[in-house]
Design a protein around this ligand. Structure first.
Ligand SMILES: [Zn+2]
Length: 375
């Protein structure tokens, strides 16, 4: 969904495709709204050129904000692979949770701090010498100032996983020493904030009869889904930690032969055992996997003549894991391939099977009975 545009300090900088659409929209709205109101009686070339330059400046500002997060993360020993710029801003893909509340707080706070410093400097320059500069330069300078101050305030909203919400989580975490509990509390606060945004949006639409309030509704929806995703990410990475596939998988795998008819498969396998899917074996090799969904699509009258081989997910589309892979990676593989079970293969041989419900059970057990604590 994104393209790489370069590397800074070993971090890949990527652009999400949605960025291009939003870039045009921002340029358009600046050229038709903000700029003509601030600098009347200019040519349309001026508005479009300054609009484009300002939109670019907005994204450069977001990139600097993200780089500030990454720099602190790297200094504190966390692993950062990518920064992706997309339509609501930027996301630094940090591959692990902070190990302590202080790291989390520093890392989160440095973003808005950087933005407010940049914004303050630009506005100060504009204030002191802006009148002597050409309008083209002055317009971009002032917009850059506003945008950075705006970025700082927007990110300081205490809604997890935005920066303000991360600082809030770090403060709670520092008190209760429990990352998952703190994330849950921070996430509940986010839900309240997201509802406030949506209510304000609807209120403004009904009161003023314009669609401007729609932005607030969108921001509310964005905060709501981001906080749910952030919470489940934290729970998964904390609960699974360094657990490997081999520690969770089922070793004694029941397999089926490819020439079995669907009728036999239903009567002798699905009706007898509780499993929802089986690897298909031929000459000691896994050649596919068949699940209850594949069988559902077979017409009742053809179940005697159609075989497992005809409807199984074949080897080319088969997704597998190795026993040494991390369980959290296996879960990601299942999610991105939209499957519920993965055969575990070692040196070309089937050694087990791991399912989504196996992993969910592990997550549930470890969050209920052994809350992870940090000092
Ligand atoms: Zn940030």
């Amino acid at each position: 969904m994104s393209i790489k545009i370069g590397t800074i300090q070993g971090i890949n900088i990527k652009l999400n495709y949605s960025w291009f659409i939003i870039f045009v929209l921002i340029t358009w709205s600046l050229a038709n709204g903000y700029l003509p109101s601030q600098y009347p009686d200019k040519s349309s070339n001026f508005y479009w050129f300054i609009g484009g330059a300002s939109a670019l400046l907005l994204y450069i500002s977001i990139l600097i904000h993200e780089l500030a997060h990454s720099t602190i993360a790297i200094k504190r020993g966390l692993d950062i692979k990518n920064i992706t710029l997309h339509f609501f801003g930027g996301v630094s893909q940090i591959n692990e949770e902070s190990s302590d509340p202080k790291t989390e707080a520093y890392m989160a706070a440095v973003g808005p701090l950087t933005s407010i410093v940049i914004g303050g400097i630009l506005l100060l320059i504009d204030y002191i010498i802006g009148a002597n500069l050409p309008d083209t330069v002055e317009a971009v300078l002032r917009y850059g100032g506003y945008v950075n101050v705006g970025l700082a305030f927007f990110n300081m909203i205490p809604a997890f996983p935005m920066d303000g919400g991360r600082v809030l989580r770090a403060i709670i975490w520092n008190r209760n020493k429990n990352l998952i509990k703190s994330t849950r509390i921070a996430s509940n606060v986010s839900n309240v904030i997201s509802i406030i945004f949506m209510l304000l949006g609807f209120y403004s639409m009904f009161t003023f009869g314009t669609l401007d309030g729609l932005w607030l509704v969108f921001i509310g929806l964005f905060i709501n889904s981001a906080s749910k995703m952030g919470l489940s990410q934290t729970i998964i990475s904390e609960a699974l930690g360094e657990k490997t596939v081999s520690s969770i998988m089922t070793r004694d795998v029941k397999t089926v032969k490819p020439d079995l008819s669907i009728q036999e498969l239903i009567e002798e396998w699905f009706s007898v055992y509780k499993h929802q899917g089986y690897p298909v074996m031929e000459n000691d090799n896994v050649i596919g996997i068949i699940t209850i969904e594949d069988v559902r699509n077979v017409d009742k009258n053809n179940r005697g003549s159609i075989t497992v081989r005809d409807v199984m997910r074949s080897q080319e589309e088969l997704v597998t894991v190795s026993p040494d892979d991390k369980a959290s990676d296996a879960l990601m593989k299942m999610a991105s391939n939209n499957v519920g079970r993965l055969p575990v293969i070692e040196n070309g041989r089937l050694v087990g099977i791991i399912t989504r419900s196996d992993i969910n059970k592990t997550i549930q057990l470890s969050t209920e009975f052994a809350p992870t604590t940090h000092n």
